[in-house]
Design a protein around this ligand. Sequence first.
Ligand code: MN
Length: 147
Amino acid sequence: MADLQRHRGNFRWESVDLLPYKEGDSDSCSVTRQILSDGRDGLPVQLRYFEIAPDGHSTLERHRHLHIVVVLRGGGQVLSGSEIVDVGPLDVVHIPSGTWHQLQATRGEPLGFLCLVHRERDRPERPGPQELAQILRDPAVAAFVRP
Ligand code: MN
């Protein structure tokens, strides 16, 4: 028997729940999360599909663990450190450890992407007032970011 979760259309998969973006985070209703794989012994990763509604955004955060992001649907922009890049379907973005990052659905369409993480990972950190001031010192980042 194949270990298969079949795509059932419109970026939903069989036996995969549509979850809120983050547990207990009530101000992030513009983002949904689906856990496509919780990894396997010998491959301790989690593969998630996130979808950001048009004009929505992920949280501005950083953490020690890395992300590999593969855009599947729509497009938008990604902040990674001091860089802001346009992304569209099948683009691959690596978010390094300890880097402030945020994804935004800036094309008036949803931004849907796979995000691969280690199964055991540290919790994201949000910027405090001093860190935010530091982040906003870069004018391009200040114009982009939604704290
Ligand atoms: Mn993150």
